[in-house]
Design a protein around this ligand. Structure first.
Ligand SMILES: *Cc1c(COP(=O)(O)O)cnc(C)c1O
Length: 423
């Protein structure tokens, strides 16, 4: 399937039915698997490939894992019950109590909490750095016990774009790896492995699912990480909990993703449901077409807002003059997704008025699906903060987060026009 382009892989990769089998990937809605003889089951426990229990593997998962691995250009993938679970397993696969992470400070809020509080309680500390930190300053943040640099290709909600190659260079010079959250860009807009990233995580709940119907996550392994730098003994040394296996010796390039599955998924159990994975696959079949339309519509909406006298500023990296315009050109020249943030004259109350006046765009605590939606963080997700605290958190009181859908763009713009007239 790799001989095809990414659009073809979105539609077809991962599932190759034999004559007479269902044309569409079936849902294996089964926790268990049937075996004729005890000997057949015994083989599974001798690590021969096969299914024993859905927490450890499922034919529906395999199809979609293979598809996403192909879209990103990796050697393997592991689906999880949510994006948070993907990030958690990816990090715990290489970090212990006593280890250290360097991460950009504009990460998705859930990731910020996970690193800043929950992992901290578990003894894994994180140093947060600015997305546009210089190479020299980044080098100073790496410690003896640093195991990972964590970045996001296009940050949610700040829409910042790190210089991926710079982060990769500093990590690899120090014998450590880069994990990158590619949720907003998706492999349609950016393929982080092409720039040396080692591991990718996704919240598939956003554009990949695309219809806001199924929560999910995914870890993708590039197969290119060097685990033999002395920093990752758990991947190299025998695992007493899994037949004394050395993942790097036994599974080679797929060491990381196999360990995440057979050790962490086994023990922590953040398995998706086969039904949700089926829905995710439907989303993936149109991902390339939807993303193209999201970008096209969002660019027009950003232009419209930029020229509107009641709009004070617009943040959309693909818009000329944006702080990350050069990074957009370098890493995702096809576009920067459907998400825009902007500010309106009149502060918090005016922003709330615009949000309430929209008719086509709905108010939701979600972004990145087919329907245009809006959220005013200052009066919803961050309503407990004062104006001063909001500014400190980088969330301006007048900020509106607008997720441009795939409807007719003139309809989206008219809706904004009438709502802006109300202030
Ligand atoms: C939503 C999101 C997550 C978390 O994913 P869930 O599926 O909601 O658990 C992680 N990273 C990014 C960039 C996100 O947008």
């Amino acid at each position: 399937m790799n001989k095809y382009n990414i659009e073809t892989n979105c539609v077809q990769a991962g599932y190759n039915p034999k004559s007479g089998e269902p044309r569409v990937m079936p849902i294996s809605q089964s926790t268990t698997y049937y075996y004729e003889k005890g000997e057949d089951v015994a083989k599974l426990f001798d690590l021969e490939p096969g299914y024993m229990y859905t927490r450890l593997g499922n034919p529906t998962f395999d199809v979609v894992q293979n598809k996403i691995a192909m879209l990103e250009g990796g050697v393997g993938a592991l689906l999880t019950s949510s994006g948070q679970a993907a990030t958690t397993l990816a990090i715990l696969n290489i970090c212990h109590s006593g280890d250290h992470i360097v991460a950009i400070n504009a990460l998705y809020g859930g990731t910020m909490n996970l690193l800043g509080f929950t992992f901290k309680r578990m003894g894994i500390n994180t140093t947060f750095v600015n997305t546009d930190i210089t190479e020299e300053d980044l080098r100073k943040q790496i410690k003896e016990n640093t195991k990972v640099i964590f970045i996001e290709t296009l940050t949610n909600p700040g829409l910042e774009i790190p210089d991926i190659e710079m982060f990769v260079k500093v990590a690899h010079d120090n014998g450590i790896i880069v994990i990158c959250d590619n949720t907003f860009a998706t492999p349609i807009l950016c393929r982080p492995f092409d720039y040396g990233v080692d591991i990718i995580v996704h919240s598939t709940s956003k554009y990949m699912d695309g219809h806001a119907v199924s929560l999910g996550g995914c870890i993708v392994d590039s197969g290119n990480a060097n685990w033999n730098t002395g920093k990752y003994p758990d991947l190299v040394n025998p695992d007493p909990s899994y037949h004394g296996v050395s993942y790097t010796k036994e599974f080679g390039k797929a060491a990381f993703i196999v360990k995440a599955n057979v050790q962490l998924m086994r023990d922590l159990g953040s398995t998706p449901s086969p039904m949700n994975v089926f829905l995710l696959n439907l989303g993936l079949e149109s991902l390339h077409v939807r993303i193209e339309r999201h970008c096209e519509n969002a660019y027009k909406v950003a232009k419209f807002l930029d020229n509107h006298d009641k709009v004070t500023w617009v943040n959309y990296p693909a818009l000329e003059g944006n702080k990350y315009y050069n990074m957009f050109k370098k890493y995702m020249p096809k576009g920067t997704s459907g998400v825009i943030s902007f500010g309106v004259k009149g502060g918090k109350n005016a922003a709330m008025k615009v949000m309430d006046s929209l008719e086509l765009a709905s108010i939701v605590v979600h972004v990145a699906d087919a329907r245009t939606s809006i959220l005013h963080p200052a009066s919803t997700t961050h309503r407990q903060l004062t104006d001063e605290q909001l500014r400190e958190a980088g969330i301006l009181p007048e900020l509106l987060r607008f997720s441009v859908g795939i409807e007719n763009v003139e309809d989206i713009i008219s809706d904004l026009e009438q709502a802006l007239e109300k202030i």
